[in-house]
Design a protein around this ligand. Sequence first.
Ligand code: ADP
Ligand code: ZN
Length: 837
Amino acid sequence: MRVVPLTGGGRIGRSLTYFVPEHLRDKLKIGSVVAVEVRRSIRIGVVIGFEELDESDKSTPFKIKEVLAVYTDEELLSEAGVAIARWIGSYYFCSLRDALSPFSPEIRVLQATTILVAPDQDKFSRTLSSLGLLFASADAISMETRADGSVRISKKELIEALRSGTMSEKKADETILKWIDTGILTAEIGIRTRIRQLGQDSYMSITKQAMESDWTKLRSDRQRQVLKLLKETGGTLSREEIAREVSRGQPALRALVKKGFLEEIIDESLLLKGEPPEPELKLIDAQIDAVETVTQAMESGKPATFLLFGVTGSGKTEVYMEVCRRALSMGKSATVLVPEIALTYQTVRRFMKAFPGRIALLHSELTERERLHEWRLARRGQRDIVIGARSALFVPMPDRGVIIVDEESETAYKQQQRPRYHAREVARRMAKSEGSVLLLGSATPSIETFHAAKQGTYKLLRLPHRVVGGALPEVKLVRPDISQVPGSPRTETIEVDGRKMPVGLMSPLLRDEMERTLQMEKQVLLFLNMRGFARSLICSGCGMVPMCPMCAVSLTFHRSSRSQLCHHCGHREPAPVSCVRCGNHDLKFLGWGTERLEAEVRTVFPNAKMLRMDRDTVTSRGKRRTIVEAVRKREVDILLGTQMIAKGLDFPSVRLVGVISADQSLYLPDFRAAERTFQLMTQVIGRAGRSDDIEQKGGGLAIIQTYDPENRILIAACSQDYESFYENEIVLRQRFGYPPSLHIARTVISGADKDDVEEVSFRLGRALDKTKPDPTSSMLGPASAPLERLEGRWRYHCLLKASRVSTLAKWLAGARRNIRVPGGVRLDIDIDPMSMM
Ligand code: ADP
Ligand code: ZN
């Protein structure tokens, strides 16, 4: 039998061979979780296959060991799951151990344990009474009779019982060992879970009683702090979030629960309990068509992939929800993937409200315990829909009818560590093997997906119009004309460290329209994809720019914390007051970020209520909730921020969207730069004018500042003309040999020593050159990666292209055999990479 160990360290990615002892024979199948010995320690592993072993065969150099135990409480991994893992391993060129890891959060918390068994219960009881143990304490030992008549005994309770008979702990241990020696007890290996109690007391919610009473009179500081925090952040937070803000607050929480001021909430969906239900919508024809087509495919039980293609606001989410309703009414379950909960908070919320108590929510912000809790509920069939980021795909859902992948083109679906899988591709594989339907949705599909839809591999479903708000917003491309109009009264300045700087991020047109929007009592969104105050500092004397000591990138200046921060590795240091190279005190700002924009907006519109939303202001789930709620309730006039405001949010009162600089993402050294820019711009523009009310007042408006207003990508984005963008882009992809016309593999060699890294990467390059499989395949590099240094490691990369992934795999395997990668140097292989940095 072959087993892949999943727990324990070391680099055992291979499967190992074990014998199956007679008594376990019919308990084992592919996917079974077992305890096995590996290098003298006991590990938990997964059975991936059986093979006939000849016990008398002397050719095996080492003794084959027996499987020690099998976990029979529940099925944690199915044979189908193992098959998918095998596919991941071969497609993404990683070990089976890596490939199994997304399937196994429940398996990784298992551990081997010793269990005591009394083969003969009477004899054991007699032994206990001969010790003169009081009947009561002997009775406290739970004994579980097993099929063969033996009884399983809790070691902990046995020790307690012995000790209550005045035995020392040491003596109790010795006694048990003696009994094992004499056969009164036998010790077996068992498997138990380390985390049994799950998701308990995860959230604390402020009660009505607390809201109505005057808790500011409470004597305890901490209790007041906790209540104040909860009140300010929407009423509910997890214990962890509270702990982050109020130190040593646990006793305060207990006291407040006792007073009835707080209650514990286990299920996040309960948070929405008090809210009015969403109105039932009557689907429009295009939505009905889509739902019916998908439903028919679900009923047929045959796998199929659909692409739901419709601009933002065209009603895709409503289609997803209706498809889920249909699945549930057929007694099936559903998986809904969203790119990142942080970016799709509102979508998730709509699901939670539409399916109260039936949703398991899995995302990266949960603690391990919470994740396991949700995972388990879904696997056991106590939840019908699992919603989450890419990892939610791996929750084994019984009888799944549909897998929905919202915003399928988002890069978040690609895992950036091993296994470097793409959730959309794995979902396709799963849907195929289980006979379920895969529904992809996007306003701006990836080029690969749209190509497949055009080819007929996926079935294309269109939602051609916005449901509400009618027309898409009008879009204007303008130069960020920061030079002030002569004689204009606009010469406001902001102050940084006592120095005055002119306001200049908003063009005159943008400012006028902001003003108009505020007068109309509508909202403004301002988008700038850079947090911090300035991209970096620069010395006006010698041109020195402070760099991250670990990465080849400049440090971003954050004014609020007076520090500079590496946005790649998180390195933080105090901002310098003078140049470290020449000592000059005149440090200038290079580029700009959301902090600066915030300062300018406050100066120009001092009376507007404004919030900033980026990773510096959104530090917890509670914070995001507060911001989103405030905007929805129109307590905010201007919301500015990064990606976080670009995606997924649905604010009906936003009339104007402003993009401070569209040029940032256009020129990244990545063949997807155009696609990303198009997506980002259409998404941002799509935030404006999402209600009939605004439609009647002249519609939404987006103002995009760029130095290249003739840019074809931006022009296509303005009219949300995905198809013309696609037609252009697919020609380029084909001409230059990029996906979907060819598959790519990227190898990254990295390490602390630059010479080593360079040496290995050139050896790898030569090996790859020699093993090149056919004339249609090609190689770029080796060359230093665009991020030449990251987290202290130097990086070189190669791009391999071939028409099939299997060709790439063979090619890589051939080269891999021929080179040795020394310690300290790492080779990472990324199939269908989403990042070229
Ligand atoms: P998308 O997911 O394509 O951005 P949504 O499903 O979020 O679109 O729909 C956009 C807005 O239109 C939402 O506010 C939604 O409630 C509303 N909406 C969707 N379908 C309908 C419908 N059939 N009738 C009325 N309103 C709808
Ligand atoms: Zn860094």
